[in-house]
Design a binder for this molecule. Structure first.
Ligand code: UDP
Length: 459
Protein backbone atom coordinates (compact mmCIF):
# COMPACT_ATOMS: atom_id res chain seq x y z
CA UNK A 1 0.00 0.00 0.00
CA UNK A 2 1.53 3.30 -1.07
CA UNK A 3 1.48 6.33 1.20
CA UNK A 4 -0.39 8.27 -1.48
CA UNK A 5 -3.41 5.96 -1.62
CA UNK A 6 -6.38 7.73 0.02
CA UNK A 7 -7.11 6.25 3.45
CA UNK A 8 -10.71 5.53 2.46
CA UNK A 9 -9.80 3.16 -0.35
CA UNK A 10 -6.66 1.50 0.94
CA UNK A 11 -8.37 -1.81 1.52
CA UNK A 12 -10.21 -1.80 -1.83
CA UNK A 13 -8.74 -5.03 -3.11
CA UNK A 14 -8.90 -6.96 0.13
CA UNK A 15 -11.42 -8.58 2.39
CA UNK A 16 -11.22 -9.05 6.14
CA UNK A 17 -12.83 -12.08 7.75
CA UNK A 18 -14.26 -11.65 11.25
CA UNK A 19 -15.63 -14.03 13.84
CA UNK A 20 -17.09 -12.41 16.97
CA UNK A 21 -17.94 -14.39 20.08
CA UNK A 22 -21.75 -14.57 19.87
CA UNK A 23 -22.58 -12.38 22.88
CA UNK A 24 -23.79 -8.80 22.84
CA UNK A 25 -20.71 -7.38 24.58
CA UNK A 26 -18.45 -9.09 22.03
CA UNK A 27 -20.56 -8.66 18.88
CA UNK A 28 -20.82 -4.88 19.38
CA UNK A 29 -17.09 -4.05 19.34
CA UNK A 30 -16.35 -6.58 16.57
CA UNK A 31 -19.03 -5.05 14.36
CA UNK A 32 -17.77 -1.57 15.21
CA UNK A 33 -14.29 -2.66 14.13
CA UNK A 34 -15.88 -4.10 10.97
CA UNK A 35 -17.39 -0.66 10.29
CA UNK A 36 -14.02 1.03 10.77
CA UNK A 37 -12.30 -1.35 8.35
CA UNK A 38 -15.21 -1.14 5.90
CA UNK A 39 -14.89 2.64 5.89
CA UNK A 40 -11.23 2.17 4.93
CA UNK A 41 -12.33 0.24 1.86
CA UNK A 42 -12.09 -3.37 3.03
CA UNK A 43 -14.75 -5.92 2.22
CA UNK A 44 -15.98 -7.66 5.37
CA UNK A 45 -17.08 -11.25 5.85
CA UNK A 46 -18.64 -11.99 9.23
CA UNK A 47 -18.96 -15.54 10.51
CA UNK A 48 -21.77 -16.20 12.97
CA UNK A 49 -23.43 -19.17 14.65
CA UNK A 50 -26.24 -20.48 12.45
CA UNK A 51 -28.42 -20.42 15.59
CA UNK A 52 -27.68 -16.75 16.22
CA UNK A 53 -27.92 -14.86 12.90
CA UNK A 54 -27.30 -11.10 12.73
CA UNK A 55 -29.51 -8.77 10.72
CA UNK A 56 -27.69 -8.11 7.40
CA UNK A 57 -30.18 -5.32 6.59
CA UNK A 58 -28.39 -3.13 9.13
CA UNK A 59 -25.14 -3.18 7.13
CA UNK A 60 -24.24 -1.55 3.81
CA UNK A 61 -23.00 -3.33 0.68
CA UNK A 62 -19.59 -4.92 1.04
CA UNK A 63 -20.62 -7.11 3.98
CA UNK A 64 -21.16 -10.81 3.76
CA UNK A 65 -22.54 -13.04 6.54
CA UNK A 66 -21.59 -16.71 6.70
CA UNK A 67 -23.27 -19.19 9.06
CA UNK A 68 -21.20 -21.71 10.99
CA UNK A 69 -22.82 -25.00 12.02
CA UNK A 70 -26.55 -25.66 11.93
CA UNK A 71 -29.38 -23.63 13.53
CA UNK A 72 -30.36 -26.49 15.87
CA UNK A 73 -26.91 -26.45 17.46
CA UNK A 74 -27.53 -23.99 20.28
CA UNK A 75 -24.23 -23.78 22.09
CA UNK A 76 -24.75 -20.63 24.11
CA UNK A 77 -24.81 -20.63 27.92
CA UNK A 78 -27.31 -18.39 29.70
CA UNK A 79 -27.31 -16.50 33.00
CA UNK A 80 -24.36 -15.33 35.04
CA UNK A 81 -24.41 -18.42 37.27
CA UNK A 82 -23.72 -20.82 34.43
CA UNK A 83 -20.17 -22.12 34.11
CA UNK A 84 -19.34 -19.55 31.49
CA UNK A 85 -15.65 -20.37 31.12
CA UNK A 86 -16.48 -24.06 30.72
CA UNK A 87 -19.05 -23.19 28.08
CA UNK A 88 -16.47 -21.11 26.20
CA UNK A 89 -14.08 -24.05 26.09
CA UNK A 90 -16.85 -26.33 24.81
CA UNK A 91 -17.91 -23.83 22.14
CA UNK A 92 -14.32 -23.67 20.94
CA UNK A 93 -14.15 -27.43 20.64
CA UNK A 94 -17.55 -27.90 19.03
CA UNK A 95 -17.13 -25.11 16.48
CA UNK A 96 -13.74 -26.03 15.09
CA UNK A 97 -14.93 -28.57 12.50
CA UNK A 98 -17.93 -26.57 11.20
CA UNK A 99 -15.81 -23.40 11.12
CA UNK A 100 -13.11 -25.14 9.13
CA UNK A 101 -15.75 -26.15 6.55
CA UNK A 102 -17.15 -22.61 6.32
CA UNK A 103 -13.73 -21.00 6.17
CA UNK A 104 -12.58 -23.31 3.41
CA UNK A 105 -15.63 -22.48 1.29
CA UNK A 106 -15.13 -18.73 1.83
CA UNK A 107 -11.44 -18.90 0.88
CA UNK A 108 -12.29 -20.74 -2.35
CA UNK A 109 -15.16 -18.41 -3.26
CA UNK A 110 -13.55 -15.09 -2.54
CA UNK A 111 -10.40 -15.35 -4.56
CA UNK A 112 -10.91 -12.13 -6.56
CA UNK A 113 -11.05 -10.05 -3.36
CA UNK A 114 -8.67 -12.13 -1.33
CA UNK A 115 -9.00 -12.53 2.42
CA UNK A 116 -6.17 -10.64 4.09
CA UNK A 117 -6.73 -12.11 7.54
CA UNK A 118 -9.20 -13.34 10.12
CA UNK A 119 -10.00 -11.07 13.06
CA UNK A 120 -11.08 -13.37 15.83
CA UNK A 121 -12.37 -12.76 19.36
CA UNK A 122 -9.71 -13.48 21.97
CA UNK A 123 -11.98 -16.18 23.40
CA UNK A 124 -11.84 -18.05 20.09
CA UNK A 125 -8.38 -19.60 20.24
CA UNK A 126 -9.97 -22.70 18.67
CA UNK A 127 -10.97 -20.75 15.55
CA UNK A 128 -7.51 -19.20 15.37
CA UNK A 129 -6.01 -22.69 15.24
CA UNK A 130 -8.30 -23.51 12.29
CA UNK A 131 -7.17 -20.35 10.48
CA UNK A 132 -3.52 -21.20 11.13
CA UNK A 133 -4.15 -24.65 9.66
CA UNK A 134 -5.55 -23.10 6.48
CA UNK A 135 -2.74 -20.54 6.23
CA UNK A 136 -4.82 -17.46 7.12
CA UNK A 137 -3.06 -14.85 9.32
CA UNK A 138 -5.03 -13.79 12.38
CA UNK A 139 -5.55 -10.63 14.36
CA UNK A 140 -7.11 -10.97 17.80
CA UNK A 141 -9.73 -8.57 19.12
CA UNK A 142 -9.75 -8.29 22.88
CA UNK A 143 -13.11 -6.77 23.76
CA UNK A 144 -12.12 -6.10 27.40
CA UNK A 145 -9.79 -3.50 28.86
CA UNK A 146 -6.00 -3.62 28.99
CA UNK A 147 -5.94 -3.91 32.81
CA UNK A 148 -7.96 -7.09 32.58
CA UNK A 149 -5.62 -8.68 30.05
CA UNK A 150 -2.63 -7.80 32.24
CA UNK A 151 -4.33 -9.65 35.11
CA UNK A 152 -5.03 -12.65 32.85
CA UNK A 153 -1.37 -12.68 31.82
CA UNK A 154 -0.30 -12.66 35.48
CA UNK A 155 -2.73 -15.44 36.44
CA UNK A 156 -0.40 -18.45 35.88
CA UNK A 157 2.38 -16.89 38.00
CA UNK A 158 -0.10 -16.27 40.83
CA UNK A 159 -1.13 -19.93 40.62
CA UNK A 160 2.52 -21.04 40.66
CA UNK A 161 3.10 -18.95 43.79
CA UNK A 162 0.09 -20.57 45.45
CA UNK A 163 -1.76 -17.25 45.76
CA UNK A 164 -4.52 -18.69 43.56
CA UNK A 165 -6.83 -20.53 43.84
CA UNK A 166 -8.18 -18.71 46.86
CA UNK A 167 -7.52 -20.81 49.99
CA UNK A 168 -9.40 -18.86 52.56
CA UNK A 169 -11.93 -16.03 52.53
CA UNK A 170 -9.73 -13.90 54.80
CA UNK A 171 -7.35 -13.40 51.86
CA UNK A 172 -9.94 -11.74 49.65
CA UNK A 173 -8.59 -8.25 50.28
CA UNK A 174 -4.95 -9.21 49.78
CA UNK A 175 -3.18 -6.66 47.53
CA UNK A 176 -1.52 -8.06 44.44
CA UNK A 177 1.78 -6.17 44.17
CA UNK A 178 2.39 -5.42 40.51
CA UNK A 179 -1.31 -5.59 39.76
CA UNK A 180 -2.14 -2.71 42.06
CA UNK A 181 -4.91 -1.61 42.76
CA UNK A 182 -6.34 -5.10 42.27
CA UNK A 183 -7.03 -7.38 45.21
CA UNK A 184 -7.32 -11.13 45.21
CA UNK A 185 -11.13 -10.86 45.22
CA UNK A 186 -10.99 -9.05 41.86
CA UNK A 187 -9.40 -12.17 40.33
CA UNK A 188 -12.03 -14.59 41.58
CA UNK A 189 -13.78 -14.40 38.23
CA UNK A 190 -16.63 -16.79 38.90
CA UNK A 191 -18.22 -18.47 41.90
CA UNK A 192 -19.23 -21.50 39.87
CA UNK A 193 -16.35 -22.27 37.51
CA UNK A 194 -13.72 -24.73 38.81
CA UNK A 195 -10.22 -23.26 39.11
CA UNK A 196 -8.75 -25.58 36.46
CA UNK A 197 -11.37 -24.59 33.90
CA UNK A 198 -10.84 -20.91 34.60
CA UNK A 199 -7.07 -21.31 34.29
CA UNK A 200 -7.38 -23.05 30.93
CA UNK A 201 -9.82 -20.45 29.67
CA UNK A 202 -7.52 -17.54 30.57
CA UNK A 203 -4.51 -19.37 29.22
CA UNK A 204 -6.25 -19.71 25.84
CA UNK A 205 -7.02 -15.99 25.77
CA UNK A 206 -3.39 -15.07 26.38
CA UNK A 207 -2.27 -17.75 23.91
CA UNK A 208 -4.55 -16.29 21.23
CA UNK A 209 -2.82 -12.92 21.62
CA UNK A 210 0.68 -14.43 21.49
CA UNK A 211 -0.14 -16.49 18.39
CA UNK A 212 -1.67 -13.59 16.51
CA UNK A 213 -0.14 -11.21 14.01
CA UNK A 214 -1.44 -8.37 16.16
CA UNK A 215 -3.62 -7.72 19.18
CA UNK A 216 -6.41 -5.15 18.90
CA UNK A 217 -7.86 -3.62 22.06
CA UNK A 218 -10.97 -1.51 22.45
CA UNK A 219 -9.32 1.03 24.72
CA UNK A 220 -7.14 4.11 24.28
CA UNK A 221 -3.65 5.13 25.30
CA UNK A 222 -4.59 7.98 27.60
CA UNK A 223 -6.87 5.68 29.57
CA UNK A 224 -4.65 2.63 30.03
CA UNK A 225 -1.16 3.69 29.07
CA UNK A 226 0.75 1.69 31.72
CA UNK A 227 -1.20 -1.53 31.20
CA UNK A 228 -0.90 -1.26 27.42
CA UNK A 229 2.86 -1.03 27.81
CA UNK A 230 2.87 -4.15 30.00
CA UNK A 231 0.89 -6.00 27.33
CA UNK A 232 3.22 -4.90 24.56
CA UNK A 233 6.17 -6.20 26.63
CA UNK A 234 4.49 -9.49 27.47
CA UNK A 235 2.71 -10.38 24.25
CA UNK A 236 5.61 -9.86 21.78
CA UNK A 237 3.19 -8.98 18.97
CA UNK A 238 2.07 -5.53 17.76
CA UNK A 239 -0.59 -4.06 20.06
CA UNK A 240 -3.23 -1.76 18.58
CA UNK A 241 -5.26 0.30 21.10
CA UNK A 242 -7.87 1.72 18.75
CA UNK A 243 -10.84 2.48 20.99
CA UNK A 244 -13.32 3.72 21.84
CA UNK A 245 -14.63 1.83 18.81
CA UNK A 246 -18.26 2.87 19.27
CA UNK A 247 -17.19 6.49 18.84
CA UNK A 248 -15.12 5.80 15.72
CA UNK A 249 -17.52 3.51 13.87
CA UNK A 250 -20.57 4.72 11.98
CA UNK A 251 -22.91 3.66 14.75
CA UNK A 252 -24.80 0.95 12.83
CA UNK A 253 -26.69 -1.15 15.37
CA UNK A 254 -25.81 -4.73 16.25
CA UNK A 255 -28.20 -5.10 19.17
CA UNK A 256 -29.67 -8.58 19.56
CA UNK A 257 -32.67 -7.25 21.51
CA UNK A 258 -35.07 -4.56 20.27
CA UNK A 259 -34.20 -1.20 21.82
CA UNK A 260 -37.04 0.77 23.39
CA UNK A 261 -36.44 4.26 22.04
CA UNK A 262 -39.37 5.85 23.87
CA UNK A 263 -37.03 6.32 26.83
CA UNK A 264 -35.20 9.01 24.82
CA UNK A 265 -38.44 11.05 24.65
CA UNK A 266 -38.85 10.57 28.39
CA UNK A 267 -35.25 11.72 28.95
CA UNK A 268 -35.94 14.83 26.85
CA UNK A 269 -38.39 15.91 29.56
CA UNK A 270 -35.95 15.52 32.46
CA UNK A 271 -33.57 18.12 33.84
CA UNK A 272 -29.93 18.12 32.73
CA UNK A 273 -27.76 15.71 34.70
CA UNK A 274 -30.65 14.59 36.91
CA UNK A 275 -31.29 10.99 35.83
CA UNK A 276 -29.66 7.78 37.06
CA UNK A 277 -29.41 5.17 34.29
CA UNK A 278 -29.47 1.61 35.68
CA UNK A 279 -28.44 -1.39 33.57
CA UNK A 280 -26.55 -4.60 34.16
CA UNK A 281 -25.73 -5.53 30.57
CA UNK A 282 -26.78 -8.58 28.61
CA UNK A 283 -25.76 -11.46 30.90
CA UNK A 284 -25.62 -10.49 34.60
CA UNK A 285 -28.61 -11.54 36.65
CA UNK A 286 -30.16 -10.99 40.08
CA UNK A 287 -32.61 -12.87 42.26
CA UNK A 288 -36.08 -11.69 43.23
CA UNK A 289 -34.91 -10.33 46.59
CA UNK A 290 -32.22 -8.20 44.89
CA UNK A 291 -34.81 -6.93 42.42
CA UNK A 292 -37.05 -5.82 45.28
CA UNK A 293 -34.16 -4.14 47.15
CA UNK A 294 -33.08 -2.38 43.94
CA UNK A 295 -36.64 -1.19 43.31
CA UNK A 296 -37.05 0.30 46.82
CA UNK A 297 -33.51 1.65 46.82
CA UNK A 298 -34.32 3.58 43.64
CA UNK A 299 -37.75 4.65 44.89
CA UNK A 300 -36.38 5.88 48.23
CA UNK A 301 -33.45 7.77 46.68
CA UNK A 302 -35.94 10.20 45.09
CA UNK A 303 -33.66 10.59 42.04
CA UNK A 304 -35.24 10.20 38.56
CA UNK A 305 -34.16 6.90 37.02
CA UNK A 306 -34.23 4.88 33.82
CA UNK A 307 -33.93 1.18 34.65
CA UNK A 308 -33.31 -1.65 32.17
CA UNK A 309 -34.95 -4.90 33.27
CA UNK A 310 -34.22 -7.27 30.40
CA UNK A 311 -36.41 -10.39 30.09
CA UNK A 312 -33.94 -12.76 31.80
CA UNK A 313 -32.45 -10.31 34.34
CA UNK A 314 -34.24 -11.93 37.27
CA UNK A 315 -33.39 -15.59 37.77
CA UNK A 316 -36.04 -17.23 39.91
CA UNK A 317 -38.35 -20.20 39.65
CA UNK A 318 -41.60 -18.24 39.59
CA UNK A 319 -42.26 -14.89 37.95
CA UNK A 320 -42.88 -12.33 40.67
CA UNK A 321 -41.86 -8.95 39.26
CA UNK A 322 -41.66 -5.47 40.74
CA UNK A 323 -43.04 -4.99 44.26
CA UNK A 324 -46.53 -3.65 44.94
CA UNK A 325 -46.54 0.08 45.44
CA UNK A 326 -43.33 0.65 43.46
CA UNK A 327 -45.09 2.10 40.45
CA UNK A 328 -47.14 4.56 42.50
CA UNK A 329 -44.09 5.56 44.53
CA UNK A 330 -42.06 6.39 41.42
CA UNK A 331 -44.74 7.60 38.99
CA UNK A 332 -43.46 10.41 36.77
CA UNK A 333 -39.97 9.98 38.17
CA UNK A 334 -38.92 6.58 36.88
CA UNK A 335 -39.06 4.59 33.68
CA UNK A 336 -38.47 0.86 33.22
CA UNK A 337 -37.61 -0.59 29.79
CA UNK A 338 -36.57 -4.06 28.69
CA UNK A 339 -33.61 -2.85 26.57
CA UNK A 340 -32.35 0.68 25.92
CA UNK A 341 -30.32 2.39 23.18
CA UNK A 342 -27.56 2.61 25.80
CA UNK A 343 -25.01 4.71 23.99
CA UNK A 344 -27.61 7.37 23.19
CA UNK A 345 -28.94 7.21 26.73
CA UNK A 346 -25.49 7.77 28.23
CA UNK A 347 -24.91 10.62 25.77
CA UNK A 348 -28.21 12.29 26.69
CA UNK A 349 -27.85 15.54 28.64
CA UNK A 350 -30.43 14.40 31.22
CA UNK A 351 -28.30 11.47 32.39
CA UNK A 352 -26.05 12.30 35.34
CA UNK A 353 -25.07 8.87 36.63
CA UNK A 354 -24.87 5.21 35.65
CA UNK A 355 -25.42 2.28 37.97
CA UNK A 356 -23.62 -0.44 36.02
CA UNK A 357 -22.33 -4.01 36.26
CA UNK A 358 -19.10 -2.71 34.63
CA UNK A 359 -19.00 -4.86 31.55
CA UNK A 360 -16.14 -3.32 29.56
CA UNK A 361 -18.41 -1.83 26.88
CA UNK A 362 -20.66 -0.20 29.46
CA UNK A 363 -17.65 1.12 31.37
CA UNK A 364 -16.07 2.57 28.24
CA UNK A 365 -19.37 4.01 26.99
CA UNK A 366 -19.84 5.74 30.34
CA UNK A 367 -16.28 7.11 30.32
CA UNK A 368 -16.75 8.48 26.80
CA UNK A 369 -19.85 10.42 27.82
CA UNK A 370 -18.36 11.71 31.06
CA UNK A 371 -20.95 9.91 33.20
CA UNK A 372 -19.86 8.91 36.74
CA UNK A 373 -20.71 5.39 37.91
CA UNK A 374 -22.02 3.32 40.76
CA UNK A 375 -20.30 -0.02 40.23
CA UNK A 376 -21.89 -3.35 40.97
CA UNK A 377 -19.72 -5.97 39.22
CA UNK A 378 -21.08 -9.51 38.90
CA UNK A 379 -18.47 -11.75 37.28
CA UNK A 380 -15.54 -12.15 34.83
CA UNK A 381 -13.62 -8.91 34.17
CA UNK A 382 -16.28 -6.71 35.77
CA UNK A 383 -14.58 -6.60 39.19
CA UNK A 384 -11.35 -5.37 37.59
CA UNK A 385 -13.17 -2.68 35.64
CA UNK A 386 -15.03 -1.54 38.75
CA UNK A 387 -11.80 -1.39 40.73
CA UNK A 388 -10.19 0.83 38.06
CA UNK A 389 -13.23 3.11 37.99
CA UNK A 390 -12.95 3.61 41.74
CA UNK A 391 -9.21 3.60 42.35
CA UNK A 392 -7.50 4.69 39.11
CA UNK A 393 -9.90 6.81 37.10
CA UNK A 394 -11.86 7.89 40.20
CA UNK A 395 -15.07 8.36 38.22
CA UNK A 396 -17.23 6.26 40.52
CA UNK A 397 -17.36 3.89 43.47
CA UNK A 398 -18.33 0.33 44.16
CA UNK A 399 -21.48 -0.73 45.98
CA UNK A 400 -20.12 -3.70 47.91
CA UNK A 401 -21.70 -6.56 49.85
CA UNK A 402 -25.31 -7.61 50.01
CA UNK A 403 -27.69 -5.48 47.99
CA UNK A 404 -29.89 -3.55 50.41
CA UNK A 405 -32.30 -0.68 49.81
CA UNK A 406 -30.68 1.69 52.34
CA UNK A 407 -27.21 1.08 50.94
CA UNK A 408 -28.52 1.82 47.45
CA UNK A 409 -30.20 5.01 48.60
CA UNK A 410 -26.97 6.20 50.26
CA UNK A 411 -24.97 5.35 47.11
CA UNK A 412 -27.33 7.13 44.74
CA UNK A 413 -27.47 10.19 46.99
CA UNK A 414 -23.65 10.29 47.13
CA UNK A 415 -23.33 10.12 43.34
CA UNK A 416 -25.75 13.00 42.79
CA UNK A 417 -24.62 15.05 45.80
CA UNK A 418 -23.29 18.46 44.75
CA UNK A 419 -20.13 18.35 46.85
CA UNK A 420 -19.31 14.63 47.10
CA UNK A 421 -20.14 13.81 43.49
CA UNK A 422 -18.36 16.84 42.05
CA UNK A 423 -14.85 15.35 42.09
CA UNK A 424 -16.10 12.26 40.25
CA UNK A 425 -17.99 14.38 37.74
CA UNK A 426 -14.93 16.51 37.06
CA UNK A 427 -12.75 13.42 36.56
CA UNK A 428 -15.41 11.96 34.28
CA UNK A 429 -15.44 15.16 32.19
CA UNK A 430 -11.62 15.06 31.92
CA UNK A 431 -11.67 11.48 30.68
CA UNK A 432 -14.42 12.30 28.21
CA UNK A 433 -12.19 15.03 26.77
CA UNK A 434 -9.31 12.59 26.42
CA UNK A 435 -11.58 10.04 24.73
CA UNK A 436 -12.74 12.74 22.33
CA UNK A 437 -9.20 13.84 21.48
CA UNK A 438 -7.82 10.38 20.73
CA UNK A 439 -10.34 9.75 17.95
CA UNK A 440 -9.74 13.09 16.19
CA UNK A 441 -7.44 13.26 13.16
CA UNK A 442 -3.90 12.84 14.49
CA UNK A 443 -5.20 11.43 17.80
CA UNK A 444 -3.58 8.26 19.14
CA UNK A 445 -6.37 5.84 18.23
CA UNK A 446 -6.74 7.25 14.70
CA UNK A 447 -3.00 7.03 14.15
CA UNK A 448 -2.95 3.44 15.40
CA UNK A 449 -5.86 2.53 13.09
CA UNK A 450 -3.66 3.73 10.18
CA UNK A 451 -0.92 1.37 11.37
CA UNK A 452 -3.43 -1.46 11.64
CA UNK A 453 -4.73 -0.85 8.11
CA UNK A 454 -1.17 -0.85 6.74
CA UNK A 455 -0.44 -4.05 8.58
CA UNK A 456 -3.56 -5.76 7.18
CA UNK A 457 -2.55 -4.63 3.67
CA UNK A 458 0.86 -6.22 4.17
CA UNK A 459 -0.53 -9.71 4.92
N1 UDP B 1 -26.70 -2.42 25.93
C1 UDP B 1 -27.74 -1.87 25.21
N2 UDP B 1 -28.92 -1.68 25.84
C2 UDP B 1 -29.14 -1.99 27.14
C3 UDP B 1 -28.06 -2.53 27.88
C4 UDP B 1 -26.85 -2.73 27.23
O1 UDP B 1 -27.60 -1.55 24.02
O2 UDP B 1 -30.25 -1.80 27.63
C5 UDP B 1 -25.40 -2.61 25.25
C6 UDP B 1 -24.34 -1.72 25.83
O3 UDP B 1 -24.36 -0.45 25.18
C7 UDP B 1 -23.07 -2.50 25.61
C8 UDP B 1 -23.52 -3.95 25.59
O4 UDP B 1 -24.94 -3.93 25.46
O5 UDP B 1 -22.49 -2.15 24.36
C9 UDP B 1 -23.18 -4.69 26.87
O6 UDP B 1 -21.82 -4.95 26.89
P1 UDP B 1 -21.00 -4.94 28.25
O7 UDP B 1 -19.59 -5.29 27.90
O8 UDP B 1 -21.20 -3.69 28.98
O9 UDP B 1 -21.67 -6.07 29.14
P2 UDP B 1 -22.06 -7.60 28.90
O10 UDP B 1 -23.43 -7.59 28.33
O11 UDP B 1 -21.04 -8.20 27.97
O12 UDP B 1 -22.02 -8.17 30.27
Amino acid sequence: AGEKTPASSRGASRRVLMFPLPFQGHINPMMQLADVLHSRGFGVTVFHLASNPPDPARRPAGYRFVPVGVPADNLLPTGSDADFAGALLRINERLQAPFQDSLRVVLEEEEERAAACLVVDSNFRGMQVVAERLGVPTLVLRTGGAACLVAYMAFPALCDKGVLPLQDQSQLDMALGDLQPLRLRDLVFSATTPHETMSTCLERIVESARHSSGLILNTFNDLEDADLRKIADGASVPVYAIGPLHKISTGAQSSLLAQDRTCLDWLDKQEAGSVLYVSFGSLASMDQEELVETAWGLANSRVPFLWVIRPNLVQCSEKVGLPDGFEEATRGRGMVVSWAPQQEVLGHHAVGGFWTHNGWNSTLESICEGVPMICRPHFADQMINARYVQEVWKTGFELEGKLERDKIKIGVTKLFDQAEGEVMRQRARDLKNKATLCIKKGGTSQTIIDLLVNSIMSF
